[in-house]
Design a protein around this ligand. Structure first.
Ligand SMILES: [Zn+2]
Length: 340
């Protein structure tokens, strides 16, 4: 059955029967099930990846549909978690792939559980903190990862392979300060650039898993609006003083540089995560909150509408507060309605 299903891929000389066997045996973790994450997950599942782990902390909204493959209007109406909606859609594309969806945040505490033993990590995130965390994990565990990012019509991507290439911190020593960079909210984003970058990322994954993986990888920079494309060699880009891949200082993996509040790209929203694990009883809380605002919930999420803000609350106490990008305001709202 495999030889028929993947025949055109096997016939491609870069993959061949051995490459296809490697693909079938591989387990790939896609962090983020937004635009890049859903596009790359679809290609990986069609390619016959053995196991796929989808991790996302967010839920489907109508404003996602123009660029995020796999999701439907029904998913948005139901307020389904993106990872769950993506798994549902992907399992219809290729039932032979073992797919696991995780509705959670990737943090220094969870990344080891999620990514240990995987073949490759694909970056479908929308924030720098998680990318620095993935890079630390990658260097600590010798697992390659494929970076990808899009904004407006511009996109970039690169495979970082420990022991072979430079790492992400060789290029960008420290994360940009929050609010200092444009986001999808200020600059918008169009679907074509998402598909270009996701396609590039999946090509890197297939190359890494192929019978003879390449020793050189290149950084892609594309603008889908002015049609400019270029790739840069990573050769000679390794920073001999890199804190991460040379000195093995891994503050993001150790959690010492981890914040509990995150601005969400394109959402005018802040995510607040409690410092210690908690479990929210939605039944109980909804009774209390129904006096303060409009409340509804399903097994995965509670939505609370209060004047000027909307709060999406998850069972582990994590919350997305829409209506502000200000951490202080977000903390206050969380504290007022949920308690911290
Ligand atoms: Zn480095």
């Amino acid at each position: 059955m495999h030889s028929e299903r993947y025949s055109r891929q096997i016939r491609f000389k870069g993959i061949g029967p051995t490459g296809q066997r490697n693909i079938l045996a591989a387990r790939v973790v896609v962090i983020g099930s937004g635009a890049l994450g859903t596009c790359s997950a679809e290609m990986l599942v069609r390619a016959g990846i053995g196991g796929l782990v989808l991790v996302d902390r967010d839920f489907v909204e109508l404003s996602n549909l123009h660029r995020q493959s796999l999701f439907t209007e029904e998913d948005a109406r139901e307020g389904l978690p993106k990872a769950v909606a993506a798994e549902r859609s992907l399992s219809r594309i290729n039932s032979e792939v073992t797919i696991r969806s995780l509705v959670k945040d990737v943090t220094s505490e969870t990344i080891t559980d999620i990514c240990s033993g995987c073949s490759v990590i694909v970056d479908g995130t929308d924030n720098f903190e998680t990318r620095y965390l993935i890079n630390d994990f990658s260097v600590a565990n010798g697992i390659p990862w494929v970076y990808g990012a899009c904004l407006g019509s511009f996109g970039t991507g690169c495979a970082f392979v420990p022991g072979t290439t430079a790492c992400f911190r060789c290029f960008c020593e420290d994360p940009p300060v929050g609010g200092a960079v444009e986001t999808c909210e200020t600059a918008g984003v169009i679907a074509p650039i998402v598909h270009v970058v996701a396609a590039f990322q999946v090509a890197q994954v297939l190359k890494l898993l192929a019978a003879v993986p390449p020793t050189e990888f290149r950084l892609l920079q594309v603008d889908a609006w002015d049609d400019s494309w270029r790739t840069l060699s990573l050769k000679g880009m390794k920073n001999p003083d890199c804190e991460c891949c040379v000195k093995k200082n891994l503050p993001f993996l150790e959690g010492s540089q981890e914040s509990r509040l995150t601005r969400l790209c394109g959402r005018n929203a802040v995510q607040v995560s409690p410092g210690t694990p908690i479990h929210i009883d939605f039944e109980q809380l909804s009774t209390r909150l129904s006096r303060a605002g409009q409340v509804d919930f399903n097994d995965y999420m509670m939505r609370i509408r209060v004047p000027d803000f909307e709060i999406a609350l998850f069972p582990d106490g994590r919350s997305i507060i829409r209506g502000t990008e200000d951490f202080t305001v977000a903390r206050a709202i969380y504290s007022r309605y949920i308690g911290m």
